[in-house]
Design a protein. Structure first.
Length: 415
């Protein structure tokens, strides 16, 4: 330990929380402020600006946006024009530079090995504490040779599982950070850390949820073993068709980026109800009798009702809700002659109208236990011929424009 590594006092070791409800074990910032009644209006204004930033951070959905916002606040609110965010990359055993201000582009890709003996960033990270060097050139721990930099404050970015990186504030002045500046910087970094943690939990939850739902769909599909690539193709077709519809703006009211991402996953749920169909029907090598076909047709309602039940019990989120629409209605027809409910036209959810085209294209171009495959061109013509009867005419037209893309997916993702 070197004398220059002035560790700031206790307030920096806690996570100040500006939310009205303090987290257990966390000292609310109001208490911290009350314990140091020396701050002027300037400090209050800075706190208010940071509170506003905090409210915005909660809604940010990607790391880079969070970094940029926080660095902007470091510059505009706190007045430090040199800053950098390093995140720990466990595989590389290094702190990797992820965002910066005030350094030129040559620092891109820079990383600091955490096993290195010296370095202020490494020290702050491995000892999980803020490190303040009021005069870096006199500091034996300093090793990043930037001739402009005079003082530096490095604060660990903490998650529930310990430090995940460091935030580096730099100044071209010596002794640039007063005690209260250090506390404000700590507050700013802690807000950023909370936002990053939220983001990570959110992403983890979303991918766990998707994995479980898609796994369920695959399990259902595995009963008729020959359909290996079917789910992946249906999802890929649905994305192509939905993106094309979105570019054309015909369904702009519904189709945004989230809609595209959601249908790309929910489409996999269309036939989930086939788990409820007995083997002798599902796996019958020849044509179905009318009675068997009636049993087969119940797969739409079984899947739809199951997913709807999940929505009712566990809360609606878009993927399940859309999955329920698709399972219920992917065999409905534009002219009202489909099943199970005989819906017509735009009363059929758009997502189901899109998946209907994708499902039939894939069924036609695939060999099934009950039929041979037909070539791409014939499948395309059959779908075009079904426009306005079986299929939504707009969706069918956009399909024919994208038919080449469908064919590419078909040959890339084989059974
Ligand atoms: P699937 O095989 O995935 O077919 C989905 C949809 O693609 C069918 O819905 C139908 O609209 C269309 N399709 C499939 N093959 C052909 C075809 O050769 N010609 C035409 N014009 N359209 C075709 P559909 O008819 O409601 O069938 C739903 C599911 O019922 C099928 O899913 C399949 O699993 C089963 N199925 C239908 N017909 C038979 C059959 O004769 N034998 C057996 N074993 N299963 C059948
Ligand atoms: C079938 O696949 O047996 C029915 C074809 C159709 O209804 O279009
Ligand atoms: C939807 O699937 O989001 C509804 C859109 C429509 O029915 O046109
Ligand atoms: Fe189906």
């Amino acid at each position: 330990m070197h004398d220059n590594d002035t560790a700031p006092g206790a307030p920096c070791a806690v996570i100040p929380e500006l939310e009205p409800v303090p987290v257990a074990g966390v000292v609310p910032v109001a208490q911290v402020v009350a314990a140091h009644p020396v701050h002027g209006e300037d400090f209050t204004a800075k706190l208010a600006a940071m509170q506003q930033l905090n409210a915005r951070l909660i809604f940010m959905r990607d790391e880079q946006t969070i970094f940029e916002e926080v660095m902007t606040a470091a510059q505009s609110v706190l007045g430090y024009d040199i800053c950098a965010v390093f995140l720990h990359d466990p595989a590389a055993r290094a702190l990797r530079l992820r965002a910066w201000r005030g350094y030129d582009d040559r620092v891109r890709g820079f990383s600091i090995p955490i096993e290195r003996e010296i370095g202020l960033c490494r020290l702050a990270f491995s000892e999980d504490r803020p490190v303040y060097s009021p005069d870096v050139m006199a500091d034996p721990n300093y090793c990043m040779a930037d001739p402009e930099l005079c003082s530096e404050l490095i604060i660990p970015i903490r998650s529930r599982r310990g430090p995940i990186g460091v935030f580096d504030f730099g100044s071209r002045a010596l002794y640039a950070f007063a005690d209260e500046d250090i506390r404000l910087c700590c507050t700013l970094v802690d807000h950023m850390a909370i936002s990053l943690e939220n983001l990570r939990l959110f992403d983890e939850l979303a991918s766990t949820r998707d994995a479980i739902i898609l796994g369920m769909a695959r399990l259902a599909e595995s009963r008729d073993g020959a359909m290996g690539g079917h789910l992946d193709r249906i999802c890929a077709y649905s994305r192509i068709l939905t993106e094309a519809l979105s570019r054309q703006g015909t369904h702009a009211r519904f189709v945004d980026e989230e809609y595209v991402e959601t249908i790309t996953r929910s489409a996999a749920l269309h036939d989930i109800g086939k788990v409820g169909i007995p083997d002798e029907v599902l796996l019958k090598p020849g044509h179905l009798t009318p009675g068997e076909y009636e049993i087969m047709k119940t797969h739409a309602g079984i899947g739809g009702a199951t997913l709807e039940e999940m929505v009712n019990r566990h809360g609606s989120f878009f993927m399940l809700k859309m999955g329920a629409d698709i399972a219920w209605a992917h065999h409905e027809r534009w002219d009202g002659s489909g099943y199970p409910r005989g819906l017509a036209g735009e009363t059929i959810p758009l997502s189901a109208r899109i998946v209907a085209v994708c499902d039939v294209y894939d069924a036609l171009t695939s060999q099934r236990i009950y039929k041979a495959a037909i070539p791409h061109d014939r499948a395309r013509d059959l779908i075009l011929a079904g426009a306005g009867q079986h299929f939504d005419p707009t969706v069918a037209r956009v399909f024919t424009e994208q038919a080449g893309e469908f064919q590419r997916v078909r040959s890339r993702l084989r059974d």
